[in-house]
Ligand binder design. Structure first.
Ligand SMILES: [Zn+2]
Length: 245
C-alpha cells in the first residue's frame, strides 16, 4: 500500500520515494509514498513531476485503486527500486485546496439554513459547483448565501483533519452530507474534515488549514436542475479567470 502523505499533510508538495511497482502496459508506477492526490470527492487529481537526477518525467494522471496510488507517466518508466523526487504542481493544488474548503463551507451554510443534502458536485482550480436538494429556493437567496458564506470564511475558522474508526463514523449520520453515502463498505477508517463550528463531514480531499486562506468568494448564477434541485456555483474572486464555472 502507498503511504498517502497528502491525507495527513495537504501542504506537502515534494517528497522522496522509491518505485515499488511498474505497469509497462499502462505506463504507470507505484511509489512507497506520495504527495499526489489521486482525485475523488469532486476534487481532480494532481499533476506534477518525478525527477531522477537531472531527468524529469511528467505525472499526467493519478488514480487510486484501494490502498495503492498509481502515477501515470509521460517520457518513460523508471525501473523498480529507483529513488525519485516527486513534486506536485503546487499552484494548481493550492487553488484546489482553497476551492474544496469553500465548497464545504457552502455545504455548511446551506445545511444551517435549509438542511439540504448535496446531490452532486465538481470543482476546478478556483471554481466549483454543488447540487442541492432545495425545494424552497427563491432568487433573493443567492445574495444572502453569498454574504453568509463570505462572513463564515472571514471568521477564520480552523479546518481540522481527523480519522474515525468505521463503527464510530457509522453511528454519526451527520458526517455524510451527500444524499447517498459514498463510503466504500470495506473502508475501516473514515477521514473527517471539520471546519470547526460550520461543517463536519467524511471526506478524502485536501483542504487549507483555515478558512481565511480561501479569501472572498462570489456565488454565480443558481440554476434549477429539475424540481426541487439547485446547482450553486462558487468562484474564488482572486482566482477568477473571468470564466463562468
Ligand atoms: Zn469534499
Amino acid at each position: 500500500m502507498t503511504d498517502k502523505i497528502y491525507s495527513t499533510d495537504a501542504y506537502a508538495r515534494e517528497s522522496d520515494a522509491t518505485v515499488v511497482e511498474i505497469d509497462t502496459d499502462d505506463g504507470r508506477v507505484l511509489l512507497t509514498s506520495t504527495v499526489f492526490y489521486p482525485g475523488g470527492g469532486g476534487q481532480p487529481h494532481d499533476v506534477g513531476t518525478l525527477s531522477i537526477g537531472d531527468d524529469r518525467l511528467d505525472v499526467v494522471r493519478v488514480t487510486s485503486d484501494g490502498d495503492r496510488v498509481w502515477h501515470w507517466l509521460e517520457g518513460g518508466l523508471p525501473p523498480r527500486g529507483t529513488v525519485v523526487q516527486a513534486a506536485i504542481d503546487w499552484e494548481r493544488r493550492y487553488a484546489l485546496m482553497r476551492t474544496h474548503t469553500a465548497m464545504h463551507a457552502l455545504c455548511g451554510v446551506i445545511w444551517d439554513r435549509f438542511q439540504s443534502p448535496v446531490t452532486g458536485g465538481d470543482m476546478k482550480p478556483g471554481q466549483g459547483r454543488l447540487d442541492f436538494e432545495l425545494p424552497d429556493w427563491n432568487p433573493d437567496f443567492k445574495l444572502e448565501v453569498e454574504a453568509e458564506l463570505n462572513r463564515q470564511l472571514e471568521l477564520r475558522r480552523r479546518v481540522d483533519v481527523s480519522f474515525l474508526p468505521r463503527q464510530e463514523a457509522d453511528q454519526d449520520p451527520s458526517l455524510i452530507r451527500t444524499k447517498v453515502s459514498l463510503l466504500p463498505p470495506e473502508l475501516q477508517e473514515v477521514r473527517v474534515i471539520d471546519i470547526v463550528g460550520l461543517d463536519r463531514q467524511a471526506d478524502g480531499g485536501t483542504h487549507v488549514h483555515n478558512t481565511e486562506e480561501v479569501g472572498a468568494v462570489t456565488v454565480g448564477k443558481v440554476e434549477s436542475k429539475g424540481r426541487g434541485f439547485r446547482r450553486i456555483r462558487v468562484v474564488i474572486d482572486e482566482l477568477d479567470m473571468g470564466v463562468q464555472p
